[in-house]
Design a protein around this ligand. Structure first.
Ligand SMILES: C[S@@+](CC[C@H](N)C(=O)[O-])C[C@H]1O[C@@H](n2cnc3c(N)ncnc32)[C@H](O)[C@@H]1O
Length: 300
C-alpha cells in the first residue's frame, strides 16, 4: 500500500485497517482486531499520542508521515513483526514500556491480578517482598512495584538481554531504589529470601504449539516460549526449587497458558485453582507452600 497526502488521519487509519486485514496479519501482541491495530500503527508511526481524536477528519497527514506509515506497514505485513517491536514501545496495563526483540512482548493476564492487588488470594503485608521470576522486559514486576509502593521487588531472568531491557524499564519508571535485577537460571542465583508473592510467567509452549506458531511469535526469543514436549520442563524445575524462597503465606502466581491441561494431568489427585480473568487470559494458577510441596512430592 502507498499512502499519499493529502489524506486525513481517519482515512489513513481506514486504509491501513484494510491492508492489515488483506495481509491476514496475526493479532496477539496488544490488540485483537485490525481496527485497533491500525489506530496504534498510524498514531505510532506519525508520533501522535494515543488519546488523539482520530475521528474528527480535520487532522491532515504530511507526505513524510504517509511514508513513515508505509514503512511500518511493510514491517508489519511483510516481515510480520509484532507492532510493539516496530514501535519500540508498548502500552500494557495502562503503562508504557520500552519493548524490543530482547524480550517477549508483554501480554500476561497476571497484570489484571496485580491491578486487583492479588485479591482475594493475598492480603498485603507492611513491606512485601515480591519476586518476578522470568521477568523478560520487567513489566509484571514493575506493575507490582507500582501497585505496592512499600514493596521491594526482585526481577530475575536467565537472559542477560531481557534483563538489560528490564533495567531500562525500571529506570523509565524511576524504580531503581526498590527493584533489583538478578540473572538466574530458575532460582539458582536467588538469595535465601522468603518472598511474599512470587509471579512467574515462564516459557510454557509445548512442542506441538511451537511448530504451529504464527510468524509474529517467531520474532520473540524462543527461550521465552519453548519448554519441552509438554511445555513443562521449566515448571518441573521450578516446583522443586520453590520451597526455599517461600513461607507459609507466600502465594505463587504461575502462568502455564495452553499447557495448563498437561499440568493438571500430572497431578490427578490435586484440585488446582485456575483463575478467571475479566479481560481475557487463561492458564494461570495460584499455589501456596503446602501445594508446592505436595506437587513437588508427586513429581519425585
Ligand atoms: C514467557 S517470557 C515472560 C516474560 C515476562 N514475564 C512477560 O510476562 O512478558 C519467559 C521468560 O523466561 C525466561 N527464562 C527462560 N528460561 C529460564 C530459566 N531457566 N530461568 C530463568 N528465566 C528463564 C526467558 O528468558 C523469558 O524472558
Amino acid at each position: 500500500m502507498t499512502l499519499a497526502a493529502p489524506i486525513s488521519l481517519i482515512e489513513a487509519i481506514e486504509q491501513v485497517e484494510h491492508t492489515l486485514t488483506d495481509a491476514e496479519v496475526f493479532l496477539g501482541h496488544g490488540t485483537d482486531n485490525p481496527w485497533d491495530e491500525a489506530v496504534f500503527l498510524v498514531l505510532g508511526a506519525t508520533g501522535r499520542p494515543l488519546h488523539t481524536d482520530a475521528e474528527s477528519g480535520a487532522d491532515q497527514l504530511t507526505q513524510d508521515e504517509c511514508q513513515q506509515i508505509d514503512q511500518w506497514l511493510l514491517k508489519r505485513c511483510v516481515d510480520r513483526l509484532p507492532l510493539p517491536y516496530i514501535a519500540g514501545r508498548v502500552w500494557f496495563a495502562g503503562l508504557e514500556f520500552i519493548c524490543d526483540q530482547r524480550a517477549l512482548v508483554p501480554r500476561s493476564p497476571i497484570a489484571q491480578l496485580i491491578e486487583n492487588q492479588f485479591s482475594p488470594w493475598w492480603r498485603e503485608v507492611a513491606s512485601p517482598k515480591i519476586l518476578d521470576l522470568c521477568c523478560g522486559g520487567g513489566s509484571l514486576g514493575i506493575l507490582s512495584a507500582l501497585a505496592f509502593p512499600n514493596a521491594s521487588v526482585v526481577l530475575a531472568d536467565i537472559d542477560t538481554d531481557a534483563l538489560a531491557l528490564a533495567r531500562e524499564n525500571v529506570q523509565l519508571h524511576n524504580l531503581a531504589d526498590r527493584v533489583e535485577l538478578i540473572e538466574s537460571d530458575v532460582l539458582s542465583s536467588i538469595p535465601d529470601t522468603l518472598f511474599d508473592v512470587i509471579i512467574c510467567n515462564p516459557p510454557y509452549v509445548d512442542s506441538t504449539d511451537m511448530e504451529a506458531l504464527p510468524i509474529e511469535y517467531r520474532h520473540e526469543p524462543s527461550q521465552a516460549l519453548a519448554s519441552g514436549s509438554d511445555g513443562l520442563d521449566f515448571t518441573r524445575l521450578l516446583l522443586a526449587q520453590l520451597p526455599r524462597v517461600m513461607h507459609a503465606s507466600t502465594i505463587v502466581v504461575l502462568e502455564l497458558g495452553n499447557s495448563w491441561e498437561h499440568f493438571e494431568a500430572l497431578f490427578p489427585q490435586t484440585a488446582l485453582i485456575w483463575l478467571e480473568f475479566e479481560h481475557g487470559g487463561w492458564g494461570v494458577c495460584v499455589l501456596t507452600l503446602d501445594e508446592v510441596e505436595e506437587l513437588g512430592r508427586q513429581l519425585r
